[in-house]
Ligand binder design. Structure first.
Ligand code: C2E
Ligand code: CA
Ligand code: CA
Ligand code: CA
Length: 278
């Protein structure tokens, strides 16, 4: 039995081994990919609902894998977070987004902020503010043209979050709460943290037309945000009916396929020039 021990193990725990191996492979691959500059950013425009102007954009990371082609973040961000690779990857995302935004501004495009997603691991770093400050200095982007997106779960430790967010907002960077309504929500943090805007999660926006509960929730989030002097943007807006609903409830901005899908930097450039010259 002992002699066959290894084979038995392989048979019974084959799936576990496979998963562990897959994780290791992905981690190893991501390290290599960072060195080989295989990551790139797409940008999704954010529209002012009253004027239909593009007033911002969200940077969304992609992996241009040599064999698999363009891989979406859902497939590698969880592994990147678990392994800690999200930290150097996230640093790169902030830097690349700032560099690109500054280049667009220098080329004469309308000046608009770029939003970058922060992961919990990055948010927990003691030197995050120094890093962000360094990136702003190096790229020459004014701090008001950078926004950082955090999620509700990152504000659970209100003391720590409030210290960290105060440092970042002192730099002049704006903070928004991503996927608002899906996490652990406390009115305490909304009142006490230096937040500029809420992003209503697309799960509430999706059925705004059919589901009166979702409609009520979205209307309530907009009203509450405005009463707290926060800006509010709806995510995942796909139809004109959703736009009309959001407009009638005085939502400030929207992001979603109805406006535009995430675009390559060349695509954004084209769109901004086209809008600009009109
Ligand atoms: P998110 O921050 O909620 O980003 C919005 C996601 O919704 C994007 O998916 C976007 O392509 C998608 N989306 C936009 N408009 C619509 C729409 O009208 N309908 C539908 N069904 N979907 C829409 P993507 O690019 O695959 O990103 C998925 C998630 O990956 C992001 O969710 C974010 O949590 C994470 N992520 C992306 N880039 C980064 C990054 O640089 N750092 C970190 N930490 N996370 C990132
Ligand atoms: Ca986001
Ligand atoms: Ca979101
Ligand atoms: Ca999301």
């Amino acid at each position: 039995v002992k002699e066959n021990g290894k084979n038995d193990y392989m048979l019974h725990h084959g799936d576990m081994d496979h998963i562990a191996l897959h994780k290791l492979t992905i981690q190893h691959e991501m390290r290599r990919a960072l060195l080989n500059k295989e990551f790139l950013l797409y940008y999704q425009p954010q529209y002012d609902l009253a004027s239909s102007q593009i007033v911002g954009m969200e940077a969304l990371v992609r992996w241009n894998h040599p064999e698999r082609g363009l891989v979406s973040p859902g497939e590698f961000i969880p592994a990147a977070e678990e392994s800690g690779i999200i930290v150097p990857l996230g640093d790169w995302v902030i830097e690349e987004a700032c560099k690109q935004n500054k280049a667009w501004q220098d080329a004469g495009m309308p000046k608009i902020p770029v939003s970058v997603n922060l992961s919990m691991r990055q948010f927990s770093q003691r030197n995050l503010t120094d890093k962000v400050n360094e990136i702003l200095q190096q790229t020459g982007l004014e701090s008001r043209y950078l926004e950082l997106e955090i999620t509700e779960s990152m504000t659970m430790d209100v003391e720590r979050a409030s210290q960290c967010l105060k440092e970042l907002t002192d730099l002049g960077v704006n903070i928004s709460i991503d996927d608002f309504g899906t996490g652990y929500s406390s009115f305490h943090y909304l009142k006490n943290l230096p937040i500029a805007r809420l992003k209503i999660d697309r799960s509430f926006v999706r059925d705004i037309q059919q589901d009166p509960n979702d409609a009520a929730i979205v209307a309530a989030i907009i009203a509450m945000a405005h009463n707290l002097q926060l800006q509010v943007i709806a995510e995942g807006v796909e139809t004109e009916k959703q736009v009309l609903f959001l407009r009638s409830h005085r939502c400030d901005e929207m992001q979603g396929y109805f406006g535009s899908p995430p675009l390559s930097s060349a695509g954004v450039q084209e769109l901004l020039l086209e809008k600009h010259n009109r």
